[in-house]
Structures are given as structure tokens and as C-alpha cells.
Design a protein around this ligand. Sequence first.
Ligand SMILES: [Zn+2]
Length: 193
Amino acid sequence: MFPMAIHPIVIYGEPVLHRRAEKVTAFDEGLATLVADMYETLEASNGVGLAAPQIGVGRQIFVYDADDDQGVRRRGVFINPVLVASKVPETRPDPVDESEGCLSVPSLDFPLKRAERVTITGVDEQGRTVSLSTEGWFARIMQHEFDHLQGTLYVDRLDKRWSKKWKQAQAANGYDVPGKSWMPGVDPDPFGH
Ligand SMILES: [Zn+2]
């Protein structure tokens, strides 16, 4: 057994966040430890989802831990997932109800329109098929985490107006160069949780 560990979370600008993650092929003890570390890191960061590239590992894995729209807590992992989403509405995002944040873009949030419904299918760390169909806020989390595995962050998807504000905040925070990270449970919580 390997000891579990909380990992530092890398910040926008780190190359691993911006390229497509590789498929997992070995379902071994190393993978089980990595997934356990990801749950621990997610919990320490007070987030609702965490993708492997966010801890510097370019593989198609994400974990989530959040309440769905019915108030039911859902916690799990998707490895090598496939996502099918309904059409993203072309209306403007609501700045309050549709604001999104990311552990790799600390202390910022921006409104973004997402698909209302998704079905996501993948496997867990033991290679067993996992699948869920969900809507609303939880569907947003699934889209956000799935995007991470494609090398896309939510700020890369913002509409023209919000993208402009992001570019300003990006420059002001220095989120445009590699090598930055923060440590959950050690550094101050960037979202004040
Ligand atoms: Zn994120």
C-alpha cells in the first residue's frame, strides 16, 4: 500500500491543463492510489470536482462529490469517460445562477451557458462501467470536468463579453505562465470556503 496524499493543484498556464489527457490503460494499484489521492485532494480543496490534469497527471480521470438538483449527494469517479450533452442554449448566461469556478483558476468565477442535460459513461478504478444521466447544476459539473480531460477550461468557453473580463483578470493574476500551483489545506482557500 502507498500512503494517500493531498496533491498541489496546478493553475491555468500549466501545459498539462491545456492538452488532451491520455486514456488510462492500466487498472492497477497505482491507479487506485491516484484516485484515492484525488478524492482526498478534492475534499481538502472544498471543490465539487477534480480532474487528474489539475494535479499534474495527464490522464482521463476525474472525481466528483456534490449534491444533485434533488439534494442527493453523489460521489464517484469517471475514467476514460464519454459525454453526450443536450444542446447548449444560445441565450446569455445568468451572472448569478450560471456562474462557474475552477480550482485551477483560483478566486475567480464567470458566467457560462451549459447544456441542461448530460449522460456520461466511463469506468471506475476497477474497470467497472459507471454511467449517469443528470441535469442542471450537476450536469454542469460533469461538463466542466469532462472538458478538463480534453484540455479545455471553462474560461476558454466564455462568451465575448465575459472573455474580455477573464483576459483582464488573467493578466492581473498572472494566470498565463506555467509553474504556478496552490496547496489545499495549506494555502488559504481561494474561494473562501
Ligand atoms: Zn476546473
